[in-house]
Design a protein around this ligand. Structure first.
Ligand code: UDP
Length: 236
């Protein structure tokens, strides 16, 4: 297989690491199989940066009456747990990997330094970004678009539980139609729930395409990197 992209930003939701349980981490099956596909991409010569979510442990916006800022701090810490699990799995396969966090915790991971992250990628190391953008009221989708812009990624690969973007909810409507390609303007106008508005606007303004695809088959990551039609591509 020939890679189409040189440098990709892979967005993994926290839920993607949880397996059927939807909470916590299913390391032996789910995490290891996702990481095998990431290793394949690295072996193809693709530079891989990862932003991981934390929804399998905690989401600030679902924290009831808790102070939102504190709840978001907890959410950001949850992303670090996931980042360390991915790091461990990749390392066990012999992949060079670094975790960088937007909130400094230097005995656990490197602090986020853009130039250093780029240098790691150039050396063939996978870089996993934890803590989102490092501020409350943001999401890891927004972190994906920000980091993708900062490191000049060719594309964001957004691995989800659905195999692309539909005109309506495919779980509710049998006649829902999947888009092969979509513009950001169309996505925003039709309010299609691909990513939050802040993330979508950043991608649109910075001309970063997003491929939305399902992680049900983790090998889709390799197919997406090779430019195969595995989901919906959102671009200008
Ligand atoms: N979060 C945050 N700032 C960020 C990224 C994440 O405060 O820049 C917090 C927020 O509480 C969020 C949680 O971390 O709910 C987990 O991230 P997200 O919901 O994006 O994870 P996912 O749904 O992708 O698993």
């Amino acid at each position: 297989m020939e890679p189409k992209y040189k440098r990709v930003l892979l967005k993994l939701s926290g839920e993607a690491l949880a397996g059927d349980g939807h909470v916590g981490i299913d390391y032996d099956n789910t995490v290891l199989s996702i990481c095998r596909s990431i290793k394949e991409c690295v072996d193809l010569g693709v530079e891989v940066a990862i932003v991981v979510g934390g929804g399998n442990f905690w989401r600030g916006r679902s924290s009831g009456s808790m102070d939102r800022t504190r709840a978001d701090h907890m959410g950001m810490l949850a992303t670090v747990i996931n980042a360390l699990a991915l790091c461990d799995a990749l390392e066990s396969m012999g992949v060079d990997v670094r975790v960088q966090t937007a909130i400094a915790m230097t005995s656990v991971a490197e602090p986020y330094i853009r130039n250093r992250a780029v240098r790691h990628l150039e050396k063939g190391r996978v870089v996993i970004f934890g803590c989102g953008v490092g501020s409350p009221f943001f999401s890891t989708d927004t972190a994906s678009s920000l980091r993708a812009a900062e490191i000049n990624a060719d594309i964001i690969l957004k691995a989800t539980l659905v195999d692309g973007v539909y005109d309506k909810d495919p779980h509710k409507y049998d006649d829902a139609v999947r888009y092969e390609e979509l513009s950001f303007s169309e996505m925003l106008a039709k309010d299609l729930a691909v990513m939050d508005l802040t993330a979508a606007t950043m991608c649109k303004d910075n001309h970063i395409p997003v491929m939305v695809f399902s992680l049900e088959d983790p090998h889709n990551i390799v197919r997406a990197v090779c430019g195969e039609d595995v989901g919906t591509i959102v671009k200008e």
